[in-house]
Design a protein around this ligand. Structure first.
Ligand code: NAD
Length: 430
């Protein structure tokens, strides 16, 4: 128990280190806006979140006492369609961070060209200290607080840090009870039994795998036999490692919050998953050498896949990275200060807003299936995910060639161009 506590992630959600999160995101936005010669008026529009809501969330705790939590929802931009973005429950939630994350969702949806805008929400709380009953009451009351802006055509939440399928079911139920009928499309990341999509849970990892394959192909390297190091062995990291191995890559290192394991001859991912299932963490795994997270980032490999937390590749350690390709499974794993160093070393970086967009893409599929009431097989989901990820990679690569910029700036440029185009066509209301 104490060991588990030790491994908790107090730093899990620190956005971009000490930088003000919104301004850190905007520094990359500004660069792309400059490339596009974005009009001054549109620049101002895209720099401002459309709506920010703060709600008091009173909850009766199991002790009988009433606690009042603070909840937020930020709708950044809905010009391309309903806002899409997760809800996080965490002590570190701030409005500033949610603004940045909501903007990020706007660009991510535009990069993969799905008809959504961006949003993000959260409640300041410590879910690890709360019972299921308390969490249910918190979720339902928060949902009620923001219910006017929720809806399949308006704003569609999903699970994020410390929220899961269970909570999405409560949100869906609360919204449906208020509207007098079942509205499955109001959230994504739901249990499959109640309108969730097959393949949603694995979608982000699958998307990362597709991006790794495309990036290697672009560099003229085969996936078969390529060496891969994965930081983070959760939803994204473990699925990526499993799928990459199944497709012939050699996983030479993986890590989690407890540390990492390394075998240049290749690890057995299925065995590692079984170990984690039994022991919760990778530490102590007997079939490979133990390494630290810092060592994992500097491993000799073709592909490095950071899939744990933000700000792990910084100006301090970027020089040590030996990978030819970085696939950003996590949000914001590379600090802005490391971009230039990686460029100089010739590392090909597939940025987060493209690399991990598989999750929101299958969320979009879930929303489409809910609205049409017709559900697809997992093969169809994976096939359509593949098509969207591959064409998005090609589109970002084309922009990167056109402007002579790296893939990150290219992804921002493509996204901003798409959002700006819709604003121009729609014009300014009233
Ligand atoms: P998760 O909680 O399932 O897994 C996180 C993993 O990171 C765990 O193995 C954990 O032990 C490890 N970890 C935590 N702290 C660490 C540290 N200090 N050093 C090394 N490893 C550490 O989370 P996830 O859903 O896999 O998400 C991982 C990242 O991917 C996050 O940045 C998340 O925002 C991003 N992401 C996730 C999705 C999704 O669909 N799950 C979609 C887009 C982006």
């Amino acid at each position: 128990m104490t060991e588990a506590k030790h491994f908790m992630r107090p730093d899990k959600d620190r956005f971009l280190g000490d930088e003000a999160p919104f301004e850190a995101m905007m520094s990359r936005f500004d660069f792309a806006a400059g490339l596009l010669n974005l009009e001054a008026g549109l620049y101002k529009v895209l720099r401002n979140p459309e709506k920010q809501i703060i709600v008091a969330v009173p909850v009766q705790m199991d002790s009988g006492e009433i606690e009042v939590f603070t909840g937020y929802r930020v709708l950044y931009n809905r010009s391309r369609g309903p806002a899409k973005g997760g809800i996080r429950f965490d002590l570190g939630v701030t409005l500033e961070e949610l603004k940045a994350l909501a903007a990020w969702m706007t660009w991510k949806c535009a990069v993969v060209n799905i008809p959504f805008g961006g949003s993000k929400g959260g409640v300041i709380c410590d879910p690890r200290t709360m019972s299921m009953g308390e969490l249910e009451r918190l979720t339902r009351r928060y949902t009620t607080g923001i219910i006017e802006i929720l809806g399949p055509d308006s704003d569609v939440p999903a699970p994020e840090v410390n929220t899961n399928e269970r909570m999405m079911a409560w949100i869906m139920d609360t919204y449906s009870m208020r509207h007098g009928h079942t509205v499955t499309a109001v959230v994504t990341g739901k249990p499959v039994e109640m309108g969730g999509s097959l393949g949603r849970r694995e979608a982000t990892g699958r998307g990362c795998t597709i991006m790794a394959k495309q990036a290697l192909r672009h560099l003229g390297l085969p996936l078969k036999g390529a060496t891969v190091a994965v930081q983070g062995f959760g939803h994204v990291g473990s699925t990526s490692a499993e799928v990459l191995q199944a497709e012939g890559a050699r996983i030479v290192g993986v890590s989690d919050v407890s540390g990492g394991v390394h075998d240049p001859k290749g690890l057995n991912v299925k065995d590692l998953l079984a170990w984690r299932q039994k022991n919760r963490y990778l530490t102590g795994y007997p079939e490979a050498d133990a390494i630290s997270n810092e060592e994992l980032l500097a491993l000799e490999c073709d592909v490095l896949l950071p899939a744990a937390l933000e700000n792990v590749i910084t100006a301090r350690n970027a020089e040590a990275v030996k990978a030819k390709v970085i696939i950003e499974g996590a949000n914001g794993p590379t600090a802005a200060g490391a971009d230039e160093m990686l460029d100089r070393k010739g590392v090909f970086v597939v940025p987060d807003i493209l690399a991990n967009a598989g999750g929101v893409t299958v969320s979009y599929f879930e929303w489409v299936q809910d609205r049409s009431g017709y559900f697809w097989t997992e093969e169809v989901v994976n096939q359509r995910l593949q098509e969207i990820m591959v064409s998005s990679f090609d589109n970002v690569l084309a922009v990167s060639r056109k402007y002579g910029v790296n893939m990150r700036i290219a992804a921002y440029t493509l996204a901003i161009d798409r959002v700006a185009a819709v604003h121009r066509l729609r014009g300014l209301y009233a």
